[in-house]
Design a binder for this molecule. Sequence first.
Ligand code: Z5A
Ligand code: MG
Length: 224
Amino acid sequence: MPRAPFIVIEGLDRSGKTTQTSLLRSRLEQSGHHVALLKFPDRTTPIGTLIDSYLRSQSDLDDHAIHLLFSANRWELASRIESNLKSNTIVLCDRYAFSGIAFSAAKGPPPLGYEWCRAPDVGLPCPDVTLFLDITPEKARERGGYGEERYEKEEMQRRVREVFRRLGEETGGGGGSGGTTTRWEVIDAGRDQETVSMEIWRRVENLVANGLEEDVDRLWKDRS
Ligand code: Z5A
Ligand code: MG
């Protein structure tokens, strides 16, 4: 029996990830699918509580330490992702390892190396498709601008966008750097909600209808 797909929605701040994951979940459920919706960081776990306090600037942590906590927060849920997929529940995820690398590699000084940032996420379940919602800082500003949390500054967001672009280039088309096979789809998220949602549906429709025969892959498995 085919397994369910693992779908990740990634993107820049204010690009509409949370809005679109919720719309996609409704559409999938209306078509009769079981869906598990995850969001990273998951601020409800013990590790997530530490992350939440850091993001709100209520605590301070070394850049390396917080990076490892973000990754540990994903590993906490890795086996649940796999078991859901095997029992034919679609896993839909709002941010994943790509955000982890993009935000940590964009901060500093001193900068954290890209390879160093990627290492703790090597071996996590690999999404079958990653939908990257792209938006310019100007469009994000029209949506009320960035918020009050750490990282929500325009200059930081520009650097984050650059690292995401590198991640997309390296993973795009499957079989990219480090053996990652996620399909990386860039979506112009500067358009209205309905248009973005229709495009997302178009990009996942076949995957969802057919499921997958192959086992869940591992992120950057050549580096493990
Ligand atoms: N982070 C990290 O450093 N390392 C990691 O490993 C991970 C994350 C996983 C918190 O993330 C921070 O953690 C984040 C990255 C870092 N830092 N920053 N900056 P978060 O996911 O909790 O952040 P968030 O609070 O969900 O914000 P967001 O991601 O920026 O928003 P969004 O989910 O992309 O957008 P939205 O909430 O769906 O929409 C934003 C607003 O725009 C809202 O008013 C909507 O009604 C409106 N909207 C949405 N779509 C549209 C369209 N199409 N047109 C017009 N208006 C729209
Ligand atoms: Mg969000």
